[in-house]
Design a binder for this molecule. Structure first.
Ligand code: PLP
Length: 405
């Protein structure tokens, strides 16, 4: 089993107090805290290796470039990509999805075509596709969910057709916690010759991702949600698509020969990495993945599932508390509402007890409409959270209830 006390010591921020109370950080779906291992790597990089990558012919630049490309290798191994050049550094999940929506869209989407997303998508996996559909006169179609917050697979099979050009679904719902059957989604889509993009923003940090085994065509995730810095993210894409897609942004590094008459482009992955990338962030992401691999992603999943089950049980015992998202297969987020109390008020009062949760729509406005609510309180867990912290959350909720009654 995972030694949570030892792990908590790896995260300096967790020993802080909020309003003189022990900080209970349950907003990991929004962003995760950083272990000392990652902080040390960032410090070391900027203290002794910092220089712009791929450009200078000097000592520091060679070191920085080597670290950056080593980071790409760590990420390739972490997701088990077939080729190193299938790993593109981006700013985050949103940036990765926009890259595909623009570039894949330019090449493969035409008037009358359809893009399939689901009802539980984050705005980042809706709006880029809407912009594409507007540009190309294509149509966005939506896979519905059932009341438990699971995709209705039979509806998905009905929606996919010869006009479908791409399926874009989330691995794990940031609000409901639902783990989608992405392997089955990919199988069905491929049977119809349709590629699939997985939004892995809430998946990669909680469960093993093997892109070759999944056979997904694109997988996007953010560094800051997996214990690394913000401003760095990954787009994994199959070589066959990335090679045939036009550049997303123009600038330095993504070019081969530039002239006013004609410009030719660099090879993968550089074709999609215009300008100075967040190379420090890439190194922090590599360190975070090393940190996770040293603990073991399977151990992390097992621990987090046990914590989720405990939290679900304890929260369900609170009278007047309704959980949104009761799928059979769930990951580390629980959304709830307290009878008669606005979600924002609950969040503010929990904060005063040292408990950090998120309230609102969680960038899921269409999902909120489907659920018939204006928002939820969301507690989202990491492997550094404990059952004692769940108990504090529950006690604090009971106090909020008392105050409002
Ligand atoms: N997709 C999902 C499911 C998310 O939860 C988030 C962020 O919360 C995103 C996409 C966007 O991630 P980022 O803001 O890091 O680009």
């Amino acid at each position: 089993m995972l030694d949570v006390n030892k792990i908590r010591n790896d995260f300096p921020i967790l020993s802080q107090k909020a309003y003189n109370k022990p900080l209970v950080y349950l907003d990991n779906g929004a962003t995760t805290q950083k272990p000392q291992f990652v902080l040390d790597k960032i410090n070391k990089f900027y203290s002794s290796q910092n220089s712009n990558i791929h450009r200078g012919a000097h000592y520091l630049s060679e070191q920085a470039t080597a670290e950056y490309e080593k980071a790409r290798l760590t990420i390739k191994q972490f997701v088990n990509a077939n080729h190193l050049h299938e790993i593109i550094f981006t700013k985050g999940t949103t940036d990765s999805i926009n890259l595909v929506a623009f570039s894949y869209g330019e090449k493969f989407v035409n008037e009358g075509d359809e893009i399939l997303v689901s009802e539980m998508e984050h705005h980042s996996n809706i709006v880029p596709w809407q912009l594409l559909c507007e540009r190309k006169n294509a149509t966005l179609k939506v896979i519905p969910i059932n009341d438990a917050g699971e995709l209705i697979m039979s509806e998905f099979e009905k929606l996919i057709n010869k006009n479908t050009k791409l399926v874009a679904v989330t691995h794990v719902s940031n609000t409901l916690g639902t783990i989608n059957p992405i392997k089955e989604i990919i199988r069905v889509a491929h049977k119809n010759n349709v590629p699939v993009l997985i939004d892995g923003a809430q998946g990669i940090q909680h469960t093993k991702v093997n892109v070759q085994e999944l056979d997904c065509d694109f997988y996007a995730f953010s560094g800051h949600k997996i214990y690394a810095e913000t401003g760095i993210g990954i787009l994994y894409g199959k070589e066959k698509y990335l090679n045939s897609m036009p550049p997303y942004q123009g600038g330095g590094n993504m070019v081969d020969i530039v002239s006013f008459e004609k410009t030719t482009y660099n090879e993968l992955p550089h074709k999609f990495e215009a300008g100075t990338t967040n190379f420090g962030g890439a190194i922090s992401l590599s360190a975070a993945l090393q940190y996770i691999s040293n603990i073991g992603i399977d151990k992390i999943s097992e621990y987090e599932l046990d914590l989720l089950n405990y939290a679900t049980e304890k929260l369900s015992e609170i009278e007047g508390l309704v959980i949104y998202g009761t799928a059979n297969n769930k990951s580390s987020a629980i959304s709830f509402l307290l009878d008669g109390i606005h979600h924002y008020d609950v969040g503010v009062m929990l904060d005063k007890t040292g408990v950090a949760v998120r309230t609102g729509t969680h960038c899921n406005q269409p999902l909120m409409k489907r659920l018939g609510i204006t928002g939820t309180v969301r507690a989202s867990f990491s492997f550094y959270n404990t059952k004692e912290e769940v108990d504090i959350l529950c006690n604090s909720i009971n106090r909020v209830k008392q105050i409002f009654s």
